[in-house]
Design a protein around this ligand. Structure first.
Ligand code: NAD
Length: 263
């Protein structure tokens, strides 16, 4: 237990189950004294999310579909009612249709699927920034989750890679706009981890194995490492860091070529 988040209140979006990155982050923030509200996608997830929330003392749980303005309005109204002001948001939400997360990007990408991925995985963060910043009169920290498929091509990641590129660019524009208000905005680029979202990508398990094999550290990305980065960015330790995409992937992103024996 620590004190790094003592006195800080915030919102964590995107806990679906105990494997969710949002859950890994929320537990570390709670252990450092953060007070949190959770939003989750819909009623059918409540059964899984409620016991997790209760286990770390989260009392405010709000269903919220980020594609629905009325749902976002209601969620942020409830957060304002519960907390008044907030200090941080963790946005850990993404979606693309399964048939756009496999095979040929050129052949399989549809207008509807492309726009849906953009809406849920990129625009929602801009919308969250707009709403959350109104509840941050004393400054704050906005954090989103991204993946290397935004910067480089990764097999099957396809439409989601394009959406993550938009998300990362949005992170910089949000940081620029809200910087004068003392609100920081950063993205964590995590290595592949075994979650529901990864299961939607063709060959998702291969992404973990290859990520490990081609990483500098020759190991999987750990939830502790990702959550530790979120703790840094959400707390005052992250002062002066904004508009950044921080890679937490055991050094996968910077390897230009596999080791000779792997080639
Ligand atoms: P996850 O499935 O546990 O989390 C994804 C969340 O998005 C779920 O809680 C889901 O309910 C939510 N969501 C989807 N559509 C929504 C909507 N319309 N409204 C509200 N919520 C919605 O999987 P995860 O891996 O923890 O994913 C969290 C974030 O981390 C995503 O942005 C993902 O792209 C990113 N990420 C994941 C990995 C990985 O390997 N798992 C790596 C890097 C980045």
């Amino acid at each position: 237990k620590g004190e790094l988040m003592r006195g800080k209140k915030g919102l964590v979006m995107g806990v679906a189950n105990h494997n969710s990155i949002a859950w890994g982050i929320a537990s570390q923030l709670a252990a450092q004294g953060a007070e949190m509200a959770f939003t989750y996608q819909g009623e059918e997830l409540e059964r899984r999310v409620r016991p997790l929330a209760e286990s770390i003392g989260v009392k405010t749980m709000i269903p919220c579909d980020v594609t629905d303005d009325a749902s976002m309005d209601a969620a942020f109204a409830e957060i304002e009612k519960a907390f008044g002001t907030i200090d941080f948001v963790v946005h850990s939400v993404a979606f693309a249709n399964k048939n756009e997360l496999k095979g040929s990007f050129v052949d399989n990408t549809t207008r509807e699927g492309f726009l849906l991925a953009m809406n849920i995985s990129a625009f929602s963060f801009v919308d969250v920034a707009k709403r959350a910043s109104k509840l941050m009169p004393n400054g704050g920290s906005l954090i989103t989750m991204t993946y290397l498929g935004s910067e480089r091509t990764i097999p099957n990641y396809n439409t989601m890679g394009v959406a993550k590129a938009a998300l990362e660019a949005s992170t910089r524009y949000i940081a620029r706009d809200l910087g004068p208000k003392g609100i920081r905005c950063n993205a964590i680029s995590a290595g592949a981890m075994r979650t529901l979202a990864l299961a939607g990508i063709a060959g998702g398990r291969g992404m973990i194995a290859q990520g490990r094999a081609f990483s500098a550290m020759k190991e999987d990305t750990s939830m502790e490492g990702v959550a530790g980065c979120a703790l840094w960015l959400a707390s005052d330790l992250g002062k002066s860091t904004t508009g950044e995409v921080v890679h937490v992937d055991a050094g996968f992103h910077m390897m230009g070529m596999p080791d000779a024996e792997e080639a």
